[in-house]
Ligand binder design. Structure first.
Ligand SMILES: [Fe+2]
Length: 430
């Protein structure tokens, strides 16, 4: 019904001088407006709840001064709503009686448009239309757009936005030409002086973990806390899925990388999940339901969380992009399954577990297909940034029999910090 509205672009939402607004009808539950050529009905409770009058929103903090339940209590319209057309844009005016209190509300056309469709609601918050699922060919065809210069990334806000934009697009980007650090050893007193910390702080702040604010990945690390600190092949995985809130971004800066092997491999897990959905919908469904346990029980730490392989997001509006919020895949840190494994407990889940295994196999066949992987040996002076909830990473076996050294320094940033900077970047440059 709302096809015209759905097609409205961001600039049209901001500048509505050519779009007309009128009232078709109203009653105690809803108001029907005509926006352009489209009838749109809003619930009165939604409109009251969104009111920005001075007694509804604190002017200095922008915080709401009433609850949704209070706004919905004994709510009625006192007089016929009006359209005021004299200002920058047409505005709906409503006078409410809310449990005996009179409230005057105004709703500019831009507000009404923004909240008229699910797609418009996401404008300025999520940038679905720019996102692309990728395989090896797609990524290798776009390498120039995901490589950025370190000094420009730090000092030029437009370059920084381009990096954010491409990180949102592919879940992966590279920062190059990082000068060789003058320091020789990372410790608690110098963490802020390392290039990877400068890159992370550009997003806001570092997310510390039990590995520290920054972590070193060096060859010859004895009694490793984590398989990543050894030289054996590291399979595709995501980090810290045993946290309630795993980091959204991971950064790895190659300070030295002259050993044999040790190439990094990246893969778009969303592509693999979409492959399962198309190939075997029932198996895909099971991947969204059966939780996988993740744990880290080592070195006097015991972290634990459980989450399904696929977390969907049905509000994503890009038809060419999977409706997925995050993937959870990290075999080295998997614990025993807890759901669907014992016949007596729940027959439905027990049967669904077979679908889950079928889906899991399909998922792995997709991520392990070299045609879906991007492999490179990180050049010294390059830092990779990737979305830890989307882009899987792995590393080939390496050895230092050639006398080479491998020293990568890493850190994490919350996905919230990334998306906050992304939104501000789109506001300024998008
Ligand atoms: Fe990792």
């Amino acid at each position: 019904m709302l096809t015209t509205i759905t097609r409205l672009r961001v600039n049209q939402i901001r500048h509505n001088s050519t779009v007309s607004l009128s009232i078709l009808n109203y009653n105690k539950n809803e108001i029907t407006l005509k926006i352009g050529e489209n009838p749109i009905t809003f619930k009165n409770v939604f409109l009251r709840d969104s009111c920005k009058s001075s007694d509804s929103i604190d002017e200095s903090t922008s915080q709401k001064l009433f609850t949704t339940a209070e706004g919905a209590t004994n709510l009625s319209i006192i007089e016929q709503p009006q359209i005021e057309d004299g200002g920058e844009e047409p505005t709906l005016k409503v006078q409410w009686d809310n449990d005996g209190k009179k409230v005057n509300s105004t709703y500019p056309l831009s507000f009404l448009l923004k909240h008229s469709t699910a797609k418009n609601n996401r404008v300025g918050k999520f940038f679905d239309n720019d996102r692309i699922i990728w395989d090896k060919h797609e990524l290798e065809s776009n390498l120039s757009s995901i490589n950025h210069n370190y000094k420009d990334f730090l000092n030029n806000e437009e370059t920084f936005f381009k990096a954010l934009h491409n990180l949102n697009r592919y879940g992966l980007c590279f920062i190059n030409n990082i000068p060789i650090p003058e320091l020789t050893e990372m410790n608690d007193s110098n963490t802020n002086q390392w290039p990877v910390a400068n890159i992370a702080r550009k997003f806001g702040y570092i997310k510390p973990t039990f590995y520290g604010s920054l972590f070193d990945v060096k060859n010859l690390k004895k009694q490793a806390k984590n398989i990543a600190y050894t030289n054996t092949f590291l399979p595709l995985h995501m980090d810290l899925l045993y946290y309630e809130s795993p980091p959204g971004l991971q950064m790895l800066h190659a300070i030295q990388n002259s050993t044999l092997g040790g190439e990094n491999i990246f893969c778009d897990s969303f592509l693999a999940a979409e492959y399962v959905r198309q190939k075997d919908p029932k198996a895909y469904e099971a991947l969204t339901k059966i939780p996988i346990t993740y744990h880290y029980d080592n070195n006097n730490e015991y972290y634990y969380y459980k989450r399904p392989l696929v977390i969907e997001d049905n509000s994503i509006t890009n038809d060419k992009f999977p409706k997925i919020h995050a993937i959870n895949y990290s075999p080295p840190f998997q614990g025993p399954f807890e759901i669907g494994t014992v016949k007596e407990t729940n027959t439905t889940e027990y049967e669904m577990f077979d679908d889950f295994i079928r889906g899991f196999k399909l998922f792995e066949s997709a991520i392990n297909d070299p045609q879906n992987q991007y492999e490179l040996k990180l050049p010294e002076g390059t830092c990779v940034i990737f979305e830890n909830r989307r882009t899987l990473h792995s590393r080939n076996e390496f050895n230092d029999s050639n006398g080479g050294d491998r020293w990568l320094m890493g850190t994490y940033v919350d996905g919230d910090s990334f998306r906050s900077k992304l939104r501000i970047g789109y506001r300024n440059f998008g």
